[in-house]
Design a protein around this ligand. Structure first.
Ligand code: ATP
Ligand code: MG
Length: 296
């Protein structure tokens, strides 16, 4: 496919030494125009629908798409556009908010583990367990609410979380869950513009949150947390895709193509029926045909 090459630069398979400053949120390399991006997205949506059918029929692999980003980077609209062609029966979206009391009474993976997609399905995490090394790292008072035994909260806690997340993803991968994780990288200035749009356009007012604006004060700390997260959790089996997000059309096309590449790597096939099953189909066909003749 045309842009597979274009998405490759955004894939981080070895986190060590990764620098977020090296990724320009305004980048649109590899796709020449909005119109081209629209074509790529439209083709991608169609292709995705075909591949999802096979994924479902084969019933072996499952696919987990993880979306992380700062507010207004376009997670919701990317999910909406990229997944617009897939059969809702084979797809589930989970949005992770601040944990409930019940969730805080468990280990932090608990709420994610039970939402991993079934075989044959696509699961989408709109935010994820990665918040545990992002918002919780930036606002350490959230960590205090997690009721961890104090002897376990040491200076190594973030390193330990990265290690546990890597182990969890390796476990899931070995069980047939293909994880594809995206960081939609928006610039601080573009976020400001999008917040202003939310204030100016009446249909967007409902999206506005004053808390999100206050969170901008922590921008650098978030960027540091994202960079560290990518450094420690980008692996050859489960890379991070760091996608420039100042141009929504570009983001969507890159995400669509990345998902297609991931599905393609699974070599999905419709299940091959055994001779017994084939005989059954033939018999059923004969029966149905003879019933039709009788009626006439
Ligand atoms: P949108 O604003 O587009 O509807 P959103 O994902 O920003 O989507 P919100 O309800 O605004 O949804 O925010 C969810 C909040 O929950 C985020 O601020 C996020 O950081 C927070 N959150 C998610 N997971 C955790 C966690 N494990 N611990 C603490 N806070 C979390
Ligand atoms: Mg929000």
């Amino acid at each position: 496919m045309k842009i597979s090459k274009a998405v490759r630069p955004f894939t981080v398979t070895r986190g060590k030494g990764f620098r977020l400053a090296g990724v320009d949120p305004g980048n649109t390399d590899g796709i020449h125009s909005k119109e081209d991006a629209r074509d790529i997205l439209a083709q991608g949506i169609e292709r995705l629908a075909q591949m999802q059918e096979k994924l479902y029929a084969q019933d072996r692999w499952s696919v987990l798409l993880i979306f992380q980003a700062m507010d207004a980077a376009g997670k919701d609209s990317t999910i909406k556009h990229v997944m617009s062609g897939v059969n809702p029966q084979g797809c589930e979206v989970h949005s992770f908010k601040a944990p409930s009391e019940e969730e805080l009474d468990h280990d932090y993976m608990w709420r994610s583990t039970c939402r991993l997609p079934q075989r044959g399905r696509i699961g989408i995490f709109n935010r994820s367990y990665y918040e545990e090394v992002l918002v919780v790292r930036v606002h350490q008072e959230l960590l205090a609410k997690q009721k961890l035994p104090s002897s376990l909260v040491t200076g190594r806690i973030w390193e330990e979380r990265y290690e546990d997340i890597r182990a969890f993803e390796r476990y899931a991968t070995r069980n047939g869950v293909k994880i594809v994780k995206f960081f939609l990288h928006v610039s601080r200035e573009e976020q400001r513009q999008r917040f202003l749009d939310r204030l100016e356009e009446p249909e967007k007012n409902w999206k506005f949150s004053a808390a999100d604006v206050r969170e901008r004060d922590q921008w650098d700390r978030y960027m540091h947390a994202y960079e560290e997260m990518i450094r420690h959790t980008a692996t050859p089996d489960v890379p991070w895709h760091v996608v420039p997000a100042d141009h929504k059309w570009f983001t969507r096309a890159v995400v669509a193509q990345t998902v297609i590449d991931a599905l393609q790597s699974l070599e999905l096939r419709y299940p091959k029926l055994g001779t017994g099953k084939m005989r059954e189909l033939k018999k059923a066909r004969r029966e149905l045909e003879s019933q039709g003749r009788k009626k006439r």
